[in-house]
Design a protein. Sequence first.
Lengths: 172, 172
Amino acid sequence: MSAVSDCINMLDSETKAVETPEDHAEELRLWLRLLTCTTLIEGEVRGRLRQRFDVTLPRFDLMAQLDKAPDGMTLSDVSKRMMVSNGNVTGLVERLVESGHLDRRTSETDRRVQVIRLTKLGRSEFRRMAAEHETWIADLFADLTPKDVRELMRLLAKTKASAQKSAARRRP
Amino acid sequence: MSAVSDCINMLDSETKAVETPEDHAEELRLWLRLLTCTTLIEGEVRGRLRQRFDVTLPRFDLMAQLDKAPDGMTLSDVSKRMMVSNGNVTGLVERLVESGHLDRRTSETDRRVQVIRLTKLGRSEFRRMAAEHETWIADLFADLTPKDVRELMRLLAKTKASAQKSAARRRP
DNA sequence: CCGAATTGTTTTAAGCCTAAAATGTTTCCA
DNA sequence: TGGAAACATTTTAGGCTTAAAACAATTCGG
């Protein structure tokens, strides 16, 4: 390679002024592996919830959010926490109110807002499921040492921050 | 704590004969963080695919599988690779055949089997999307060092193996 | 104060996804 | 060879999910 092309390449890598097709195969593989892990575990949890408790994963997730909020949450809160669309929450809540697990009421101070809470039934059923759920998760991760867990936590925190930054770059 | 209870606890942890409510909060947090990362990145990729190419993520994923298999794949192959149900693939393929991206034919040697391939259109569109997709992923993971990437790959491989083992324990 | 943005929720249309049952085909083996 | 088991796919019924549009209530700035 000539001195001139060396110089051009150096400029490229320094300034990013020219498009050189870089190799991002490693990041791609990492993303696929991350996705595989999540899909695998999620499918396993979904199946166990259905078999043991005849409940779906989204219902369980919604109840988990509410269990942490004794004073209730608004639908937008839930939607942000669960990272799903608003309309999605509307339907989910509808079914859980119908089955007696949730209580929904319009806020006294802002008539746009719906506040939802677990009912007694909802809370007791959730607690029962959550206890077992925790053992499933422990079993699924059983081969990881405490050090592995710590290290994964750290790297995933870094990953999350990186992805959030990238997302913010696109729509500021 | 008495020597007797020491002894009992030791037996517990050695033999797992008695149920002691152990603390699995760390594993639970790890799972939630893993899920958050995946959901975040998946949502971002989904949005970009829709905006730039008006294509859905499942369609893109299916085409990605086929791009790696020039001789085509059977529906079950695809279903296993993508870790989704058979019926799901049927519908997905239907729509992609309809739009001219896929070619589906019954196997000559086994009339149960459907073999699908990318059409010329499908392949060229996929390659165009994949090139850009790769840069999105690189950007989403941009803050990870090469060492971080390697370490995550290793730990996720271990996680996957652990989860598969746990799943196999349940349905052998 | 009043209209314009903003905010919270629901609706709509389309597609994705699953588990289970049904259908058609091949293989296995007694 | 005949039928049972296994396999590949489709169908079914129901639920999940999204983006975008519509609707309702509040807030904000002039």
